[in-house]
Design a protein around this ligand. Structure first.
Ligand SMILES: [Ca+2]
Ligand SMILES: [Ca+2]
Ligand SMILES: [Ca+2]
Length: 309
């Protein structure tokens, strides 16, 4: 009995300690310490919302609570998305649906290990499971739209012309699409009511490199700001085709729907989005959190968990 009691007290101490530590209000600096597990600061979820309150969803191949290592669900780590949407609004299937077939990415590595990833064979993608949240409905709107950001960790296998990292629906439906195309060009395609407007982002993409790509959109000035393995954003403006209408088509990470698909040899680590326009400080916070989570030096400054380049 005495043993049981002391075991219980030890357990309770660990639980209380973990919760107290999770309550630290400013984790950004501490996230820079690669020795500490990012999950310590997670309030239980380990998501980017611990770093940026604007986080809407966070999908990650390296965290077991997002992908268990088997099955058809790639799940959102954020319990309370910033917009008020449901956590499950951002659950994705492996492949086109919940059955196991040739469109499923291949989970590679050990569940919960920082080296895990999804291997793409040139026919694979992830399809959003549920109807669009208002956040996703608004991405392409010129009136009633909003600011947003996306943080993507990926290594592209090769350039297949027009391959899509993210797409809402098909080519001629309203929505936003992130594309890598010939010449390693990174493009945003924004489809409104009557046409699609393309803008080439700078810098150009790098192949077979572990890449943290952050793109953020300022709705008021119609500006895209891009960070590619960098802590200094580069702005490119767009004049989007007008629409005030909700995007109804669901999204894909990689895609079919008439688009070119992510090339064979591509590794997908994670995909996250949020609902604000980022500055360099916030992009750096994402970089440091994901370097720590993935044990990888995305900005090549020689230190995992610190981003200075
Ligand atoms: Ca499937
Ligand atoms: Ca396949
Ligand atoms: Ca670094």
């Amino acid at each position: 009995m005495k043993k049981l009691l002391s075991a219980f007290l030890a357990f309770a101490f660990v639980v209380i300690s973990a919760h107290s530590f999770a309550g630290i209000s400013s984790p950004v600096g501490l996230m820079g310490n690669a020795v500490l597990s990012p999950q310590i600061f997670s309030n239980g979820d380990g998501s980017l919302q611990d770093v940026l309150a604007s986080t809407e969803f966070d999908l990650d191949a390296t965290l077991e609570s997002s992908y268990s290592g088997s099955g058809q669900d790639w799940s959102n780590l954020v319990p309370s998305p910033a917009s008020g949407a449901s956590q499950s609004d951002y659950k994705f299937f492996l492949g086109i649906d919940g059955t196991s077939d040739g469109s499923d990415p291949t989970f590679t590595g050990t569940a919960g290990n920082s080296a895990a990833y999804f291997a793409m064979d040139g026919t694979d993608h992830f399809r959003q499971q549920n109807a669009n949240s208002q956040f996703l409905k608004d991405l392409a709107k010129t009136t009633g739209g909003q600011d947003w950001w996306a943080a993507i960790t990926i290594s592209l296998g090769s350039i297949s012309v027009g391959q899509y990292i993210w797409a809402q629906g098909a080519t001629a439906t309203r929505g936003v699409h992130i594309q890598v195309t010939g010449g390693n060009l990174l493009r945003m395609r924004v489809r409104g009511d009557t046409s699609t407007v393309n803008v080439t982002l700078t810098p150009t993409f790098s192949l077979t490199t572990d890449t943290l790509l952050i793109i953020s959109y300022d709705h008021a000035t119609t500006t895209f700001r891009t960070w590619l393995n960098s802590t200094t954003g580069v702005d490119n403006s767009i004049t989007p085709n007008t629409t005030t209408t909700d995007t109804s088509d669901v999204s894909d990470i990689g895609t079919t729907n008439g688009f070119s698909i992510l090339s064979a040899g591509t590794k997908v680590y994670g995909y996250a989005m949020g609902n604000e326009f980022l500055d360099d400080t916030k992009a750096t916070a994402i970089c440091e959190a994901l370097e720590t989570r993935h044990n990888r030096d995305y900005d090549a400054d020689g230190t995992i968990g610190t981003c200075t380049n």
